[in-house]
Ligand binder design. Structure first.
Ligand SMILES: NC(=O)c1ccc[n+]([C@@H]2O[C@H](COP(=O)([O-])OP(=O)(O)OC[C@H]3O[C@@H](n4cnc5c(N)ncnc54)[C@H](OP(=O)(O)O)[C@@H]3O)[C@@H](O)[C@H]2O)c1
Length: 236
């Protein structure tokens, strides 16, 4: 990966991959059920990771799912090398207040750099603590992360040309609002979680006008067992 910063780099190509229930939820309202799709869907997640320079997710996802954002298996490490990618994806965590737990599982595995994107809301003490456990902590925004600038920085500083977003709903919502998602991979699972507080694939403020909605075009769908895998591409 390039480590020299280049000005005015375009943002990377961004894919978002999510599994959701038939009622559009990505976890139960109490957040206890966060893994509910098939082994095939998990394989799909690793397949997508093996195409990306970096994988990104929000502080709550890192905490709740205990993900380490790795390759999954040796097969994917080999595939990455064959594709000219680094052995492991760069790991990016989003935490505007710096609330991410320093004891989270992701910090215990040192196979690739961990970058934290945060804002000026994070206290000096939080920043100090995070700088002790992450490879880089980047402040990019006053109250909210300026994702356009943050992703351009990831490209310029860390050579990220293809980034996989793995949620959760709040991070995705911000990416959609900033018009940064190029491709959406959705696995629809035939379950209903219900619950008005259950997270969806795009939470946060959302859009309030139809004309402002982020728009996608259907690219493909594939049914495997009871699940359907959709790919949508962004409409320019
Ligand atoms: N089904 C699936 O495919 C799937 C995938 C991923 C996650 N999930 C589930 O989704 C749930 C988590 O989703 P979530 O929406 O609650 O949390 P999340 O998006 O993972 O993380 C939210 C946190 O990210 C930071 N953040 C997000 N947007 C920001 C912005 N624009 N500016 C600054 N900081 C920002 C904030 O951190 P601070 O509080 O530190 O400021 C916020 O509290 C979990 O239950 C997880 O298991 C499901």
């Amino acid at each position: 990966m390039k480590k020299t910063e280049k000005k005015n780099a375009p943002p990377p190509f961004v894919l978002v991959n999510m599994a959701m229930t038939a009622d559009g939820k990505i976890a139960t309202a109490n957040r206890r059920v966060h893994s509910f799709s098939s082994g095939r869907d998990l394989e799909h997640l690793y397949e997508l990771r093996a195409t990306a320079d970096a994988v990104m997710c929000g502080a709550r996802t890192v905490e709740i799912s205990r993900t380490i954002l790795g390759n999954g298996s040796e097969r994917f490490r080999k595939l990455r090398l064959k594709r000219g990618l680094a052995r492991y994806p760069l790991r990016v965590i989003v935490s505007g207040s710096g609330s991410i737990n320093p004891r989270a599982a992701i910090f215990k595995k040192h196979f690739s750099p961990v970058i934290i994107l945060t804002t000026a809301r994070a206290s000096k003490a939080k920043l100090r603590s995070l700088r002790g456990i992450a490879d880089e902590v980047k402040v990019c925004g006053k109250h909210e992360i300026n994702f356009a600038a943050a992703l351009r920085w990831l490209r310029a500083k860390w050579g990220v040309t293809r980034l996989l977003g793995e949620g959760g709903g709040e991070v995705n919502g911000a990416l959609f609002r900033a018009d940064l998602v190029d491709e959406l991979h959705l696995t629809i699972c035939p379950k209903i979680f219900g619950g008005r507080r259950a997270p969806t694939i795009a939470d946060g403020r959302g859009f309030s006008r139809l004309a402002a909605a982020d728009r996608f075009r259907f690219k493909s769908s594939r049914r495997v067992g009871d699940e359907t895998f959709f790919v949508l591409t962004h409409l320019i």
